[in-house]
Ligand binder design. Structure first.
Ligand SMILES: [Zn+2]
Length: 324
C-alpha cells in the first residue's frame, strides 16, 4: 500500500491534496560547522511562521514539502509543532546539501556508507522525534560535479533503491542535471524518481531568467530544447522559483512544456518562506501565497484547464511523494 511520510506519520496519498512541493519553514545559512538547534528558539520560530502557513491553509493548501536539508536548519521537532498548530501536512527529508553546508565526516565516506546513514534515518527516524523522511534532498554545484557532489548523488540513488523515496536535487544548470542523471542511472535508478529542482533557472543559453527584461527579443527555442532534453530522460522538472522571477518567464516556460505534452513530469512551487536563522526576528519572510493568488490565475487566463492545474498541484506532487 502506498503512503506518504509526513512529520506526524504516514498518510494515504489521496489525503495530500493541494501541495506546495518546495518551500521552507526555516533555513540556517551559517554553515555545517556552526549550525545546530542552539542557534534558534522554537518558541520564537513557530509563532513567527504561523501566520504565513495559516495563509496557505486559507487558500486551500493541505500539504507543504519542507526542503531544508540537514545542516541547513532541518528541525523535525519544529516541523511537528508547526504541523500540529496549522493542520498542514508537512514532509521533511534525509540527505545532504553542498559546501559549506557539509559536515567534515561526509568527505570521508563512500556513496554506500553515506547512503547507509540516510537509510538509517528512513528506518529509525530522524533525531529524537523518530520522524521518517518523505524524500531525499540533495544539491549539486553548477558542474562539472565536484567529487563530493558525485558521492552525494550516487548515495541518493542507493538510498532511493533501498527505500523507494524520490530524490529532489537542487540543480540550476543543465550540464549538472545531465551529469547527475548519468550517475543515478549508473547506480541503477530510474530517473522517473528524480526531481531536478530549480529547473526554471535553466534559461536561454544559461542566462539567468531574471536578467531577461524583454522575452520577446530572446530566442527561447534553445531553452525549451534544454528542458525537453531533460524531460526525455524521464526526470521531473520542478519550476519552483515562482514569485522570484517575472511571472512571464514561468508562464512561457510552463506553457511551452505543456504544449509539448510533458504535464506528467512538471512540478510548481515557490522556494519561499523561511525564518532566517541569525537575523533579527527571522528576517524578511517571503510569503508562500503568490503561486495560488497570482500565478495560477494567469495560467487560467492563458487557457490552462482546472484539471491541468489540479494535475500540477495535486496529482504530480502525490506521485513524487508516494512510497510503497
Ligand atoms: Zn529551496
Amino acid at each position: 500500500m502506498a503512503q506518504v511520510h509526513t512529520v506526524l506519520g504516514p498518510i494515504a496519498p489521496e489525503d495530500l491534496g493541494l501541495t506546495l512541493i518546495h518551500e521552507h519553514v526555516m533555513v540556517d545559512f551559517i554553515g555545517a560547522d556552526e549550525t545546530g538547534p542552539h542557534r534558534w528558539d522554537r518558541d520564537v520560530v513557530a509563532p513567527t511562521m504561523q501566520p504565513y502557513l495559516d495563509a496557505l491553509v486559507a487558500q486551500g493548501v493541505m500539504s507543504l514539502v519542507e526542503c531544508t536539508p540537514n545542516y541547513l536548519g532541518r528541525d523535525s521537532v519544529l516541523l511537528q509543532r508547526v504541523s500540529r498548530a496549522t493542520g498542514l501536512h508537512i514532509v521533511t527529508n534525509t540527505g545532504l546539501y553542498k559546501e559549506p553546508h557539509l559536515p567534515a565526516w561526509a568527505f570521508e565516506l563512500s556513496p554506500a556508507e553515506l547512503a547507509e546513514r540516510w537509510i538509517a534515518e528512513w528506518e529509525q527516524g530522524i533525531d529524537e522525534t523518530g520522524v521518517r523522511p518523505g524524500f531525499i534532498k540533495i544539491a549539486v554545484n553548477p558542474g562539472p560535479l565536484l567529487p563530493i557532489q558525485q558521492t552525494i548523488v550516487r548515495a541518493a540513488a542507493i538510498t532511493h533503491l533501498a527505500t523507494g523515496l524520490s530524490v529532489v536535487c537542487h540543480t540550476a544548470h543543465a550540464a549538472a542535471a545531465h551529469e547527475s542523471l548519468d550517475l543515478v542511472e549508473e547506480e541503477g535508478m530510474d530517473p522517473r524518481h528524480y526531481v531536478v529542482a530549480h529547473a526554471d533557472q535553466i534559461g536561454p543559453d544559461q542566462i539567468a531568467p531574471e536578467s531577461i527584461s524583454n522575452l520577446d527579443a530572446v530566442d527561447l527555442e534553445p531553452a525549451w530544447e534544454a528542458h525537453v532534453a531533460l524531460l526525455r530522460r524521464g526526470a521531473w522538472l520542478e519550476y519552483d522559483s515562482i514569485g522570484w522571477n517575472p511571472y512571464e518567464w514561468h508562464e512561457r516556460l510552463l506553457l511551452a512544456m505543456l504544449e509539448r505534452g510533458y504535464e506528467d513530469q512538471l512540478l510548481l512551487s515557490q522556494d519561499a518562506g523561511w525564518y532566517h536563522v541569525g537575523e533579527p526576528g527571522g528576517g524578511t519572510v517571503q510569503p508562500m501565497t503568490k503561486l495560488l493568488d497570482e500565478f495560477v490565475p494567469r495560467l487560467r487566463a492563458a487557457g490552462v484547464t482546472e484539471a491541468l492545474v489540479e494535475k500540477l498541484l495535486v496529482d504530480n506532487p502525490r506521485a513524487v511523494l508516494s512510497v510503497d
